[in-house]
Design a protein around this ligand. Sequence first.
Ligand code: PHE
Length: 397
Amino acid sequence: MRGARGVAPVAILLALAACERKRPAEGVAAAAPAAAAPAPGQPLLLGHVASLTGNEATFGDSTEKGIRLAVDERNAGGGVAGHPVAIRTYDDQGKPEEAAIVATRLAVEDRAQVLLGEVASKRSLAMAPIADRYQVPMVTPSSTNPKVTVENDQVHPYVFRVCFIDPFQGGVMARFARQTLHLSRVAVLRDVGNDYSVGLADFFLARFRALGGEVVDDESYKAGDQDFKAQLTAIKAHRPEAIYVPGYYTDVALIARQARELGMAQPLLGGDGWDSAKLFEISRGALEGSYFSDHYSAEDPSPAIQGFVSRYRTRFGAVPDSMAAMGYDAARIAMDAMARARDLTGPAIRDALAATRGFAGITGTISIDAHHDAVKPAVVLQVVNGAGKFVAAVQPD
Ligand code: PHE
């Protein structure tokens, strides 16, 4: 279901969203509670904010499929506390300002019980103050930047995530590069307009240096750029053994191709933003042998993962990528919290989410910590024959 609504409400929501942006980490004090508990038998609404179009369309599409599978399975088993569960999804086109508008619409107009999304940290950052303001709990499946849940040392009371955070993810790749690949000289190429990319680059290089490695160059680009040859030529002159490129799949694939055109044979290293079937399609082999960190591997032989992979494949005809698995886990955590909540108001669901411990997710056992983050393992994958092959699982520090 994509949002196509009248002009007047959109104008009001634009104004509301504009206010949100001016007042970022305001606490619950000023909040206007949104949804009251629905009447018996009425559906509970999960509002999904997703990039269904644009350069990161696979993020929204995969997450949506994971959420649908989780909700259908739960409804087949009787729903949540006597209510069926419904999903309403709005496309934010990959734009933070649009994510803020549709999150406000879901909270105020649609009266969603829980907001799911976004994948990209930059868009989750735009949604977080709205969740707090309207007291609608938000669960981001896969935004990994620390600021999504904790800004200026304050935990967003209504914002949660079911994934690890980037200080861990950056450390995983730094350790892998230093201790497994035995690299001592790397370069970094980051997307300066993307909170996720900037943060992950910093966390990676701090750890790589702490482990005795040298960062020989640190270059930047902007999402959507088409020509990366100037930065790559600069990097080439420093002769790094690998290049860390913590970006999203469309840019990374082009960067890899242009590096090979310049005769650079070094492996590229990256993070979860690489995860998309499109990465392999667009890169046309240029990433063979490269490595990235991720949330899970569809090859993991665990019965829980293989069961999920086969149910997803039957339903959607594709192997679930990590966004699909994270969307599935986020929806299940949200429904589990609604089922445990003392009532179905925002504050009660919030408290139940905060109390989540030892939840058996597809992507690992999920416990929500004091920062509203999940502490769980990461995997390292290598690009082999146009797919991510499992190399290692890394436990939390
Ligand atoms: N972790 C990324 C971010 O915070 C988003 C992402 C998650 C991308 C999972 C791909 C896979 O922006």
